[in-house]
Design a protein around this ligand. Structure first.
Ligand code: DLZ
Ligand code: SF4
Length: 507
């Protein structure tokens, strides 16, 4: 039976399950469509990455002799459903629709309606690019009162054998996180970053994006990311050689005007399928075995992939759709305009947001402890913040964005993902960066007119959410510190925080 195989914009992997058994009579369909391009206002570079990588991937499939129908954005097709309808009317002999399971709940619902609509079986195949299947995660999660990444991660180490010896973790411990929190000296030499030349396909896509998405965040003209599997592997090997040796040490550090530091920037390639997680982890393990990188770097990196990445995906599919509705701390405040413009006097926020505008990327501590932390402290709308992260980062799809934002950054899931809110005052940002030195605000102050907004907002966050958070064992110390202050000081801080919240747009 001839099949229609739909390949999505984040399924650009030669080893994709739906492509494994492709027959000469089958047709692959790939489509640039309005609904996927517009369900959130994606950063221009995210759209360029996906459309250009889709076009390159389609041409690789064609070169392999596979029949491919490619619908480009100019054809103004509204949705993937419409794309499938067009393909089936052109090729009615395609009797089955075959697709590797997708990354977002909303699209899965759309796909599930096709069987009825098109009167053909829809075969959803497991996305085994992930190491843990949904069933495997469900099995791990069942009967657990709490889901903790660390325990899941240990299972995954055992399951993959990565950094394991005789059933035990290499180096005698599972996790070297404690040695991954060094601040960085401004004199630290930074390794070169790898940029790719635009080819004709990418240039054409850039012109399209500039024309069709003029108001989306960012600028596409200087786009220099990888758009093929070969380039993405080259980018990753560059990281292993140049950045990985110090990745562990400086994983949490932030530096003025330095968006990349020792990070790989490869999540965007992994998440759209250009890189394979097993290949990536094996390269990192090999670099460790060859003595090229220390254990804290290799372990820290592998933990992000087989630990966090697989864990958040498992949780997403376990808890959707109800998960998306959660708002434990009842955060409702509208997103200030500077999340889109970077026009704020807060240096840390200006840096994290301007890096985002410039590169459709910022690293995880900027996302968690600057823009995420600020949103948590100020009680910004969970829905709006989740939508922002989904739109502005080139690596963002809901399976990874939602748990990281709603759960980890905003604690809106009541601690499913993190055992306590990642709330921090300006002191944390001062310790991990050199931002405060050039900030209009004073990180050492809490209530003065030029005091760092993070400080009063941090205390006010505790005060405001006392009924919900003071029972959390891991928050005890913070509450003790708050109540150690005099009544007068607490009243001043509360007053200052209220002023900040009223004038949030002007910070
Ligand atoms: C993100 C994205 C964008 C911008 N455009 C498309 C598209 O036109 N066609 C497509 O197949 N996929 C696109 N994607 C990726 C999808 O949104 C992604 O497959 C779903 O969000 C599920 O993860
Ligand atoms: Fe950010 Fe406060 Fe430091 Fe300014 S002083 S950079 S607002 S933490």
């Amino acid at each position: 039976m001839a099949k229609l195989i739909l390949v999505l914009g984040d399924q650009l992997s030669p080893a994709l399950s739906s492509l494994r058994d492709v027959q000469p009579q089958d047709r692959v369909l790939m489509a640039e469509v309005a609904s996927e391009a517009n369900y959130t206002p994606h950063h221009k570079q995210k759209i360029v990455l996906i459309f250009s990588a889709m076009r390159h991937f389609a041409s690789v499939l064609q070169q392999q002799g596979i029949q491919v129908s490619y619908i480009d954005y100019q054809q103004k097709v509204s949705s993937l459903t419409e794309a499938v309808a067009i393909e089936l009317s052109r090729y009615p002999e395609l009797q089955q629709i075959c697709i590797t399971e997708c990354g977002e709940y909303r699209l899965e619902q759309e796909i599930l309606s096709w069987q009825m609509q098109f009167q053909r079986p829809v075969v959803l195949m497991e996305d085994d690019r992930f190491i843990a299947s949904k069933a495997m995660f469900q099995h791990w999660a069942q009967d657990r009162k709490q889901y903790r990444m660390e325990y899941f991660y240990r299972e995954m180490r055992r399951y993959t054998g990565l950094l394991m010896q005789d059933g035990l973790p290499v180096g005698g411990q599972w996790n070297f996180d404690a040695s991954n929190r060094k601040a960085m000296s401004a004199k630290q030499q930074l390794p070169p970053i790898l940029k790719f030349e635009q080819d004709d396909i990418t240039r054409e896509v850039i012109a399209l994006v500039q024309q069709q998405f003029p108001n989306n965040m960012g600028n596409a003209e200087h786009f220099s990311y990888a758009v093929t599997g070969k380039q993405a592997r080259q980018a990753f090997l560059h990281f292993v050689e140049h950045q990985l040796p110090l990745f562990g040490d400086y994983q949490d550090a932030m530096q003025l005007d330095e968006p990349h530091l020792f990070h790989s920037i490869c999540s965007m390639y992994l998440n759209c399928g250009l890189l394979d997680v097993r290949w990536v982890c094996q390269k990192v393990e090999l670099a460790y075995k060859e003595g090229k990188v220390p254990l804290n770097a290799a372990e820290g990196f592998i933990r992000q992939l087989i630990g966090w990445r697989e864990f958040v995906r498992g949780l997403y599919w376990l808890l959707m759709p109800e998960y998306k509705e959660r708002n434990f701390l009842n955060a409702q405040t509208a997103l200030p305009g500077y999340y889109w413009t970077a026009q704020t006097k807060m240096r840390c926020m200006q840096q994290a947001i301007s890096h985002t505008i410039e590169h459709a990327y910022s690293h995880h501590i900027q996302r968690l402890m600057v823009t995420g932390n600020f949103a948590l402290l100020a009680g910004l709308s969970v829905d709006e913040i989740c939508n922002w992260y989904l739109a502005v980062y080139a690596d963002a799809y809901e399976w990874v964005e939602l748990p990281n934002t709603l759960g980890m950054a905003l604690f809106a899931d009541e601690g499913v993902l993190a055992s306590k809110p990642y709330a921090a005052s300006g002191k944390y940002i001062q310790r991990m960066s050199n931002y405060c030195k050039s900030c209009s605000y004073d990180v050492a102050e809490t209530t003065s007119p030029t005091a760092c907004p993070f400080n009063a907002l941090y205390w006010n966050f505790l005060e405001r959410n006392q009924a919900l958070l003071s029972g959390n064992a891991r928050m005890q110390l913070s509450y003790q510190n708050w109540y150690r202050k005099s009544d007068e000081e607490r009243a001043q801080i509360t007053e200052k925080a209220q002023q900040l919240l009223i004038h949030l747009e002007q910070l």
